[in-house]
Design a binder for this molecule. Structure first.
Ligand SMILES: Cc1cc2nc3c(=O)[nH]c(=O)nc-3n(C[C@H](O)[C@H](O)[C@H](O)COP(=O)(O)O)c2cc1C
Length: 204
């Protein structure tokens, strides 16, 4: 079984849940995927020992987690030499996928996701082989008073749910399963193309 690593950065835990779901979906497809919290990474981290890397980070206040920016900056050279994918977890992506919103609203949300991805690439000077925006969650019941208050205000401004007695999960688990299948196919293709002497990135 080949082995890849999934390094994730999370604040409220949704990105961890996404990372663990993906690792579980990949195992029966023959890809051993180890999910690692970026905050628990000890350097020197043996990134190059893996066949590929998936990075996943949530967005807060318009930015991907700073711990992920630091991780990529520390490991940029190794990442550039291996197949990579990046999962960007946000509420903007939830809005972009929300069929109850108008076309204009969804396009605006999609553009926000794109901008935040571009800012991440600029901050890290790195581009993944494949980027997948993923809808996150609003876990009000797990937030402290101040965070719940701030989040509710943001949600009201953005047309999100504001009843703080409930949690709201927007992650499309079936889309992640599809991504897992796509990834396995791409890695298999990459192995073939490597045998023929092609470059390291996951074919798009
Ligand atoms: C205080 C706060 C600020 C947030 N800011 C943004 C933001 O600027 N843009 C966005 O799209 N989502 C934003 N979100 C939504 C998070 O990206 C979403 O809740 C995600 O699921 C969090 O993932 P995590 O639990 O892995 O940290 C914010 C959430 C919170 C709680």
């Amino acid at each position: 079984m080949s082995s890849i690593v999934l390094v994730y950065a999370t604040r409220q835990g949704q990105t961890r849940k996404i990372a663990e779901h993906l690792a579980e979906a990949l195992a029966p497809l023959g890809l051993d995927c180890q999910a690692v919290d970026v905050c628990g990474v000890e350097e020197p981290f043996p990134l190059a020992a893996y066949e590929g890397a998936i990075l996943a980070a949530s967005i807060h206040m318009g930015k991907h987690e700073p711990e992920m920016v630091d991780f990529v900056r520390r490991h940029r050279e190794e990442l550039e030499a291996m197949p990579t994918a990046f999962l960007s977890v946000s509420m903007s992506e939830a809005s972009a996928e929300d069929p109850t919103r108008s076309f204009e609203e969804r396009e605006r949300a999609r553009a926000e996701v794109e901008q935040m991805l571009e800012a991440f690439y600029a901050a890290t000077d790195w581009r993944p082989g494949r980027a997948l925006p993923v809808a996150g969650a609003l876990l009000y019941t797990k937030m402290g008073f101040i965070l719940r208050f701030v989040t509710k205000r943001i949600a009201r401004r953005d047309g999100g749910p504001t009843d703080t007695t409930h949690d709201y999960e927007f992650t499309d688990w079936a889309a992640l399963d599809h991504f897992a299948e796509e990834l396995v196919t791409r890695i298999a293709r990459l192995r073939d193309s490597r045998k023929r002497g092609a470059g390291p990135q996951l074919p798009r």
